[in-house]
Design a protein around this ligand. Structure first.
Ligand code: SF4
Length: 383
């Protein structure tokens, strides 16, 4: 098998826990980084044995806060990966980070280690909002870090969070315009959601703050799409905008339902092997994962074979996030079925009439309106 492969490496540690965050991120007083480095490498070796010879198109260090890793660890992981798999010539290597001065001081070393793209969690451009979001940086520090990123990497992106309490459309438009003046070729813009179990979930339930009403949220979404599209950064995914050709190639692998290896606590993978497609999942708790790798040579639960219907659901859930939708050929390649055999035409038809789905001889796609309420569309499409 020569199908390309993406690699995801999860670094689960953060300096503090942001109140809105439900990622697998943890705060520890100290960690033994050499031990973590060795375990990440061991986990990579385990998956390399299953996927030998397949070309790696992208590597993504996500978290947690991977910019808290030392460049030594990043470099050691990349060197080992390059010894285990062939890399495509334009391999994209992204590292997520926070825009603090301490981390910005490491950008040059990350580049020397092989990283060629950074994605920074700015989240907002004003200090009151950053404080509310529980971020470690203020706007001034973030802009300075962004400037270092711009000078260090050819490719960089940053994240913003909107639909914050009290945010008006006019204020968000001004913030977006400032962001556009700072942006490169890629921007991720997420709507604030209250995730169960987070500090925000408790505060929200207590009535400490309220999110903008539905109408304002829809207006904020629409103004985001229009503003960024007019600036040459159209949405290629619900929350991701890029100049055509500058999309995050790693994330496209997920949305196009390609194959990827995931190492580190809580990381997921999807692999097509001789016997079919499997889902892999690493233990979520950092220390459980670490000890499992040291004991067994890998930190995952038993992989599960994905049934044809599960594969169809995943392919559709991922693919409809993208503006490009899902080419008909992908149904045949991935599922061995034509689109009309994979999906019930009687479910598709009313969604087309409602203006949330488009279907032609080349592809199935959600319209702009459909992507805005994708969960409801998927529920009706997949049942
Ligand atoms: S820095 Fe990122 S991963 Fe860490 S707690 Fe905050 S939002 Fe979550």
């Amino acid at each position: 098998m020569t199908e390309p492969l993406a690699l995801y490496v999860h670094w689960p540690f953060c300096k503090s826990k942001c109140p809105y965050c439900d990622f697998n991120s943890h705060v520890r007083a100290s960690i033994d980084e050499a031990r973590w480095r060795a375990a990440l490498i061991k986990d990579l070796e385990h998956y390399a044995a299953l996927t030998r010879g397949r070309p790696v198109t992208s590597i993504f260090f996500g978290g947690g806060t991977p910019s808290l890793m030392s460049a030594t660890t990043v470099g050691a992981v990349l060197d080992r990966a390059a010894a285990l798999w062939p890399f495509e010539s334009k391999v994209e290597i992204t590292l997520e980070g926070n825009p603090t001065s301490v981390e910005a001081d490491r950008y040059r070393d990350f580049r020397a280690a092989g990283v060629n793209r950074v994605s920074l969690g700015l989240q907002a451009l004003d200090d009151t909002a950053l404080k509310f979001l529980g971020r470690e940086h203020d706007a001034k520090e973030a802009l300075a870090a962004l400037d270092v990123a711009r000078r260090t990497f050819d490719r960089f992106s940053f994240d913003l969070i909107y639909a914050r309490p009290g945010q008006t459309v006019a204020a968000w438009e001004r913030e977006l315009d400032r962001a556009l003046a700072l942006a490169g070729e890629h921007l991720s813009v997420y709507q604030l959601t209250i995730e169960p179990g987070t500090a925000f979930a408790h505060a929200h339930a207590r009535g400490d703050f309220a999110l903008p009403d539905e109408e304002t949220q829809a207006a904020l979404y629409e103004v985001t799409q229009a503003r960024l599209e007019a600036a040459g950064l159209p949405a290629y995914e619900i929350s991701n905008h890029a100049r055509p050709g500058a999309e995050c190639r790693h994330n496209l692998v997920y949305w196009r339902y390609g194959d990827y290896v995931g190492v580190g606590p809580g990381a997921h993978g999807r692999l097509t092997l001789e016997g079919g497609r499997i889902a892999t999942r690493q233990y979520r708790a950092p220390e459980t994962w670490l000890e499992a790798v040291e004991r067994n040579g890998q930190g995952g639960e038993e992989p599960t074979a994905l049934a044809p219907e599960e594969q169809r659901d995943e392919l559709v859930m991922m693919g409809l996030r993208l503006a490009e939708g899902i080419p008909r050929a992908r149904f045949r390649e991935r599922l061995g079925l034509d689109l009309e055999a994979a999906l019930d035409p009687e479910r598709i038809e009313p969604l087309i009439e409602a203006g949330v789905i488009e279907l032609d001889h080349e592809r199935l796609a959600a319209t702009d309106a459909g992507r805005q309420r994708l969960n409801a569309v998927l529920a009706r499409l997949l049942g």
